[in-house]
Write a protein that binds this ligand. Structure first.
Ligand code: PLP
Ligand code: COI
Length: 350
């Protein structure tokens, strides 16, 4: 059963994805008729055949984006078009039908408008939208389905990580991978997340919060961190700060937050190098990163305090959030909440 929020009873602490708003948006696709018109309906259980193909062969993709409350009372989505475009890249990889990008953005905007009174307005709070598509055709044939459901649900959120901490501790295994070249690492498909959960449990058992994933070939180069992209902070030869992040080489998700931070950093005069990052850059030597952080829609910018590898725990600088990390987090939030000019038109009022 879902928990529907009554705004007058909404607690100060929301967490992430634990409760849902009153409405959802639906559309269905069949090979014969294409997409049906969007419908805004009450958030309720879906009726699904036990033979629905998503349940068996995993044709299931999703997105994550947020609507932010602005001081003038308006609500704004952050870069919904980027999510719409990525949704279709995921659909193509999973042999699912494309959804017109206008339909994706319209569905998100309509849900935010329908449930506007449930958007939380406290510090750090927002409405997380979860658009998804699943194969619903009842069949056990191993082939792309001929019927799909597209839906958007919404959850009032604040902190992605439940316990309040300043920086996360991460575990870096060398015998588990998230994605391999030619696989689905660059798609936002449910199976990628299912395949990561047992490893995440191992990280938690060791007192860490997340998994730092290395590449599949050499188990040496940093790829992603949990369901977030990774950044390190080092120095230019001039002594100025320099951001580094793994390149979009096909095995990592092209994060919208990653992309936004690269542009925000450039505005602050900080260059970003997109290049392979050896795990040794976090653990050994004089050139070690001074700061490191993870980023994503759900979690925003999360400082990394330590990395645990087979040879022990390596604290990054003093283990506390770094100056550039904090500045980038604040600059991003200021644009998202409408407290700074938005010259790139990233925010879109619903
Ligand atoms: N990497 C993975 C695997 C993710 O699931 C996400 C979250 O969507 C990200 C990175 C960050 O992407 P974005 O900034 O678009 O939310
Ligand atoms: C997001 O950051 O939006 C994500 O989708 C990550 C996670 C909650 C799966």
């Amino acid at each position: 059963m879902s928990t529907v929020v009554n705004p007058s009873e909404a607690p100060a602490k929301l967490g992430f994805g634990a409760r849902f708003t009153a409405s959802m948006v639906l559309s269905r696709w069949t090979a014969d008729d294409g997409w049906s018109a969007l419908e805004v309906v009450p958030h309720r259980a879906l009726e699904l055949s036990p033979a629905a193909m998503a349940l068996h062969y995993g044709q299931a993709i999703f997105e994550g984006l947020k609507a932010f409350p602005h001081a003038d009372g308006s609500l704004a989505l952050f870069r919904p078009l980027a999510n719409a475009v990525r949704f279709n890249l995921s659909a193509e990889r999973l042999a699912m039908p494309a959804l017109p990008v206008e339909t994706f953005v319209d569905a998100c905007a309509r849900l935010v408008r329908a449930d506007a009174s449930e958007v939380p307005r406290g510090p750090g709070q927002s409405l997380y939208l979860r658009p998804f598509m699943i194969a619903v055709e009842p069949s056990l044939g191993v082939r792309p389905a001929r019927e799909y459901l597209f839906a958007v649900i919404a959850s009032p959120v604040d902190h992605f990580f439940a316990d309040g901490f300043e920086a996360i501790d991460v575990w870096c295994p060398t015998d588990r991978i998230r994605a391999a070249p030619g696989g689905t690492g660059a798609a936002k498909c449910a199976g990628n997340y299912a395949a990561s959960l047992a490893t995440k449990s191992l990280a938690l058992e060791q007192g860490c919060h997340e998994v730092l994933w290395l590449d599949a070939r050499e188990h040496r180069f940093v790829e992603e961190l949990g369901a977030m992209n990774f950044f390190g902070v080092t120095r230019e030869p001039s002594g100025a700060p320099l951001l580094v992040t793994p390149p979009l080489s096909g095995t990592i998700l092209a994060g919208n937050t990653r992309d936004a931070l690269i542009e925000i950093a450039a505005d602050l005069g900080v260059r970003t190098e997109q290049r392979p990052i050896d795990i040794a850059e976090l653990t050994t030597g004089d050139g070690r990163f001074e700061e490191a952080f993870a980023c994503g829609t759900a979690a925003s910018v999360v400082p990394i305090g330590s990395v645990t590898t087979a040879d022990g725990r390596h604290v990054i600088s003093d283990g506390r959030p770094g100056g550039l990390t904090t500045r980038l987090r604040d600059e991003l939030a200021a644009i998202q909440y409408g407290d700074r000019p938005d010259p790139r038109h990233w925010t879109s009022t619903v």
